[in-house]
Design a protein around this ligand. Sequence first.
Ligand code: SAH
Length: 217
Amino acid sequence: MAYEKERHLMVEYQLRDRGIKDERVLAAMENVPRHRFVGEHLQDNAYDDCALPLGEGQTISQPYMVAVMTELLKLKGSEKVLEIGTGSGYQSAVLSLLASEVFTVERIPSLADRARKLLKELDYRNVHVIVSDGSLGLPEHAPFDGIIVTAAAPEIPQHYIEQLNMNGRLVIPVGGRYSQILYQIKKTPAGIEKSISTACVFVPLIGKAGWQDTEIY
Ligand code: SAH
């Protein structure tokens, strides 16, 4: 399989050596052909330790950030998961190997179309790509056991908490336009447990419960 060695080195040096422990997450990222989710001219860089442009001014996250966020969801395999910000579809493919059903929402139709076709071609059958404003969640398919937001919000949209199952987890970058903190939130019978993980930089979540278009351009 193409880039097998690069993918293995990525998992060992960028993920395991930096503290990613969940063997299922490591195995999934060893499996998903990340080079297929970037443009052809970027394939040789697909396993580099950085984010890469994916078109329309958006970026596919650094492998380490994908691993950190995915690990925080603590998936066992039976969950229904919502991803906000399909982008290239890479994170969706990783989730598809770790959960039973994945819904992923993208606001830019051309990105959603491309990701949908690629995920189908690569046979990730449990992923549903939907075009809508994901800042509102996806009420028609709620509740979810996990919600992962791969774009940055100015604050935590309440819709996400409402659409989580009891004991469900939300992972979301929250903060300013150019730097954020990664939050992990667990919905428990006693209320919301909130903790922070690492500093990060994501493209903005643009929508009714995110940033307004006019604040960006
Ligand atoms: N997870 C992606 C990377 C996401 S980049 C991957 O693995 O490639 C963030 C994506 O969020 C962009 O594609 C952007 O268009 C999308 N986005 C921003 N605001 C959104 C919203 N309100 N609803 C859905 N998608 C949104």
